[in-house]
Design a protein around this ligand. Structure first.
Ligand code: ADP
Ligand code: MG
Length: 749
């Protein structure tokens, strides 16, 4: 009966694993009526602070027999804590109990009536028996129909008994009926006359088809009554009051059994105070983890650089252009960090072409001017070589030696470069991450810049500290990610965004084609080649192996050679020797190749201003952010540039996704769309290692809450770095329980 959870997949096995728990549908209370599309949850996240307190088995609750207990166990519910933290997936506003006459066909409705008839009849269509009950009140009659039922169900419908009935009202001939209604017998109500299903906002739980929502609600009532009072309060009182949040107990109470006056829409949207409280708590715990990690880095003393205004001016003088306002702000922020005694730990985000390299160069110069060495780490040798080329050109005649530490140039050249770095003759070293990890010792390393999504791991930092180094660290990424996501994934870093492109940049005209209409693309390519422009054609990873990616690109090259006779074509791919790749890239840069067929090796950073067309085959296989990166390879010169995305048969959402590329050139907007469409896990792709499980918070909805929680967490850690105050005891326990492993808190905390 139950299908797996729809929507983005979540990683299993993190600190608080339950998939999608507490994420109510975001529109309309009625969504919850489509029972059991979800339900594939594996585990319910009872917080560590509640463990040991709430472990009474559900079997001990009155009315829970072994059969029911087994059904519950299948849903991961075996003790009181599970019930308290198994939050409703939605709500139904059943505050109004209508008369039978008031029930509207085609809508959900709730009424109360007396059984006038209840009997099995033969269903000629299915050739099976079915149960037919008729309820009546003073306004009319309502049929209740059951195709599946227990013998015991039948016995409940003794004429004269009164029931609440809830469900989809349909018209059967002229008779109103509800098929498989949810029922509650009026006489079963407790002494106080409280109904769990009628006259109130009712919680709906995931995966309870077999158990029955009514029976499950009764269990939740019993557990809430008996155990809720035991749930401790993890938030310090002052913080909770300042943020005007309910207590944990109040929150759980109103999530399971909303008060009569509660805002049903807010509950359905997951935006009630109770939801906010749990989301805040979750974001606070996460942010405390990040704050501890950031602090672990900062407490090591680092070098205090002289980055006074004259020094900044001196460094800026190396640039052949005026920095944009955004570049200038980034440089000032970096300079301020470098001047502090604690090591810099900053993330610089900027769209492709926003001019991060210039900022990196200025930062390197600030370090060099103050007598230290700087290292720039690129994700690939190709990019390291390109950075080396542009740094060398910009620094020509300034007497600052830039070393390239790349294996592609041969062991001898590498050895020599290492020596120059070790002796201190070279002031700037550029390479891949092997630069730091593989024993290339520096003489006076003061600054490390990591270009493009390489996260500077705690181990690498430990490596450096082991060498007696506490460099300032700047991480640069050209993959814009929405701020909320960035704060949870790179949350231990201070963040700067370059939100402005250098002047004169024209948007890249983008259009989606299909394999059938590819010839139109080729006509455009032909025209651009005719005007002396150069073209990239990119092939993705088709199968999971590099080999077939290469095969595809190779075949592509053959076809394109036929289609564009007389043009100079070349192929570049990741398995070529680096000298060969160099030669091809150099030839392309010089303009002696017209059309470059490539696997995705050119994805990041490559800069050839005359290249004006980017064709991407199988665009549907790329993430939007990746396509945006690829597109960033063109539009770097004066000419109008184009990006043609060839879609080999995507439909629906995938097609809409590609349309985003036609609509905008703004990397942050694309990232936001990509995040919304694919969810955080897929959005981050292979880099999702840093993504925490969030059960209650929603990064697209709770941006403000995240900022608050983050501010509170950093302030809290500043004032109590070891979380040793009594009011922080539970927070500390919970943070370590959830995040210690992933965040390496043990090493830095
Ligand atoms: P990113 O690394 O952020 O993708 P780059 O640093 O490669 O961007 O810069 C893209 C292009 O813009 C380069 O050709 C660079 O020379 C140029 N550029 C950068 N900053 C400026 C500026 N302030 N004014 C003019 N051109 C700039
Ligand atoms: Mg760059």
């Amino acid at each position: 009966m139950e299908a797996p959870e729809p929507g983005p997949k979540r990683k299993a096995g993190a600190a608080r694993g339950a998939a999608g728990k507490g994420k109510p549908p975001r529109t309309g209370a009625e969504r919850v009526g489509e029972e059991e599309k979800g339900g594939g949850r594996s585990r319910i996240g009872v917080p560590a602070f509640a463990k040991g307190i709430l472990e009474q088995p559900v079997e001990e609750v009155r009315g829970i027999g072994p059969h029911l207990a087994a059904l519950l166990a299948k849903k991961g519910i075996s003790h009181a804590g599970h019930v308290l933290y198994n939050l409703p997936r939605g709500y139904q506003d059943r505050r109004l109990v209508g008369t039978i006459q008031q029930l509207l066909p085609g809508q959900k409705g709730l009424t109360v009536g007396e059984v006038v008839e209840g009997r099995e009849i033969f269903n000629p269509r299915s050739r099976k028996k079915m149960l037919r009950v008729v309820l009546a009140d003073h306004t009319g009659r309502l049929a209740l129909t059951f195709f599946h039922y227990w013998p015991s169900t039948m016995k409940r419908f003794v004429p004269g008994r009164r029931f609440f009935a809830w469900g989809d009202v349909k018209l059967f001939g002229t008779q109103k009926q509800i098929v498989h209604p949810e029922l509650e017998e009026v006489d079963d109500l407790d002494a106080g006359g409280e109904s769990l299903s009628a006259g109130r906002i009712v919680a709906v739980y995931r995966g309870m088809d077999e158990v029955g929502q009514g029976r499950y609600r009764a269990l939740a009532r019993a557990i809430v009554d008996e155990h809720l009072g035991l749930v401790p309060e993890i938030l310090p009182e002052a913080l909770r009051r300042e943020r005007a949040l309910p207590t944990e107990q109040q929150a759980l109470q109103s999530l399971h059994f909303p008060a009569q006056g509660a805002d049903a829409d807010a509950l359905a949207a997951g935006a009630s105070p109770a939801h906010r409280r749990l989301a805040y708590e979750e974001l606070l715990l996460l942010s405390i983890g990040l704050a501890l990690k950031a602090r672990g880095v900062q407490v090591e003393p680092g070098h205090r650089f002289d980055t006074s205004p004259p020094r900044i001016e001196q460094a800026l003088a190396a640039l052949p252009f005026e920095p944009t306002g955004a570049q200038r702000r980034a440089i000032d922020a970096i300079a301020a960090d470098m001047a502090l005694p604690s090591p810099m730990n900053r993330l610089l985000q900027g769209d492709v072409g926003s001019g991060k390299t210039a900022v990196a160069l200025v930062a390197c110069l600030l370090a060099v001017q103050d007598g230290r060495q700087a290292a720039l780490m690129a994700p690939t040798e190709l990019l390291a070589e390109q950075h080396h080329r542009s740094f060398t050109a910009l620094l020509e005649g300034k007497g600052i030696e830039v070393a390239l530490l790349a294996t592609g140039r041969g062991q001898k050249a590498l050895g020599q470069a290492r020596e120059r770095v070790a002796s201190g003759a070279a002031r700037i070293a550029i390479g891949t991450h092997a630069l730091v990890s593989q024993g290339s010792a520096f003489r006076e390393l003061g600054l490390v810049i990591i270009d493009e999504q390489h996260r500077f791991g705690v181990e690498q930092r430990a490596d450096l500290i082991g060498k007696g180094l506490r460099p300032d660290v700047l991480v640069m990424t050209a993959t814009p990610i929405p701020r909320t996501l960035s704060l949870v994934v790179h949350g231990e870093l201070t963040q700067t965004v370059i939100d402005e492109l250098p002047p004169g940049r024209k948007p890249v005209g983008t259009k989606v084609f299909t394999a059938k209409t590819r010839e139109k693309v080729y006509q455009q390519v032909e025209r651009q080649l005719g005007e002396g422009r150069q073209v990239y054609v990119v092939y993705p990873l088709i199968e999971e192996s590099e080999r077939s990616e290469l095969e595809d690109a190779t075949q592509g090259l053959a076809k394109l050679s036929e289609r564009f006779p007389g043009r100079r074509l070349a192929l570049i791919h990741g398995q070529m020797k680096s000298e060969e790749r160099d030669q091809v890239m150099a030839a392309f840069r010089e303009g002696s190749i017209d059309l470059l067929v490539s696997t995705t090796v050119i994805e990041v950073g490559v800069d050839v201003p005359n290249a004006a067309v980017m064709v991407v085959e199988h665009a549907e296989r790329f993430g939007l952010s990746q396509l945006h990166q690829l597109r960033g390879r063109v539009g770097r010169g004066a000419a109008r540039s184009f990006c043609f995305l060839i879609d080999h048969g995507s439909e629906g959402r995938a097609r809409d996704r590609l349309a985003v590329m036609e609509r905008t050139n703004d990397g942050f907007e694309i990232a936001a769309a990509d995040l919304e469409i694919r969810g955080p896990g897929e959005f981050l792709g292979t880099r999702q290692a840093g993504l925490p499980e969030l059960d209650f918070a929603d990064l697209s909805r709770d941006a403000r809450l995240l900022e608050q929680a983050r501010a509170d967490a950093f302030a809290l850690v500043r004032s109590d770095p070891h979380l040793s105050r009594p009011e922080h005891r539970l927070l500390k326990k919970e943070v370590f329980e959830r995040f210690a492993e992933r965040m390496s808190l043990a090493q830095v905390g």
